[in-house]
Design a protein around this ligand. Structure first.
Ligand code: CA
Length: 224
């Protein structure tokens, strides 16, 4: 999981990054403008945004990201007790907030809740050819027969289906499927893709999930 932390107070930013780095990959931005740029040019699972920034307010950052149709959860850090302006904050597009000083335990719990909510199954079954994935029941059918996938293989297939016909790098895949960097070895993704192809069992399943030399993989969906 990849997180963007927009916070100008470097000691807080660095402490938070080191506290979160066991579970997440954390990118830092020290100004609102850099935060907006990074948020719109990368693919993050969650953004932690300080309200009080030197160049532009967190409110404005939040509004701008939502206007740009960014949908990832935004957790706001604030120094004030926001009892009265919580509605304003939520209207600006934030999903939740934490009042400083906060504990790492609290912020991690809020993050988990937001990620759970954001990644909750929508119930829409995705289909490509003979393959169908139901996020609600966590089942995958191929030719009407259920495939027995591990949790990571399921997430991997789901990620491919969400980004069909888009070349995905191994790093991109790993960052979204595995929590934190500690799980990543150079061939973890390759092993899982190989297992997924084998379980789908198409004679040409290498054509369904294509190896893109020098890049990574791409799920090819011609009629979708
Ligand atoms: Ca600040």
């Amino acid at each position: 999981m990849k997180i963007l932390l927009i916070e100008d107070e470097k000691p807080i930013a660095k402490a938070l990054r080191s506290g979160l780095s066991t579970s997440y990959l954390v990118d830092l931005a020290y100004t609102g403008k850099k935060g907006i740029y990074k948020a719109l040019t990368n693919d993050y699972d969650l953004i932690i945004l300080d309200l009080n920034l030197p160049d532009t307010s967190g409110f404005e950052v939040c509004q701008e990201l939502r206007q740009a149709q960014l949908s990832c959860p935004i957790l706001v850090l604030t120094g004030k007790n926001l009892a009265e302006s919580k509605a304003v904050l939520l209207d600006a597009g934030a999903d939740d907030y934490v009042v400083k000083p906060f504990s790492l335990v609290e912020i991690k719990a809020r993050m988990r809740a937001l990620l759970r909510r954001h990644n909750a199954p929508t119930g829409t079954t995705t289909k490509i050819g003979q393959l169908s994935l139901n996020p609600q029941t966590q089942t995958v059918l191929f030719n009407h027969k259920p495939l027995s996938l591990s949790k990571k293989e399921f997430l991997l297939l789901q990620y491919f289906l969400r980004h069909r016909n888009v070349p995905l790098s191994r790093l991109q895949i790993a960052e979204h499927i595995w929590e934190g960097a500690s799980y990543l070895t150079s061939n973890t993704v390759d092993v899982h893709v190989c297992n997924l192809r084998r379980k789908i069992g198409l004679p040409d399943s290498n054509q369904l999930i294509k190896t893109m030399h020098g890049i990574g993989y791409k799920l090819v969906a011609e009629n979708n």
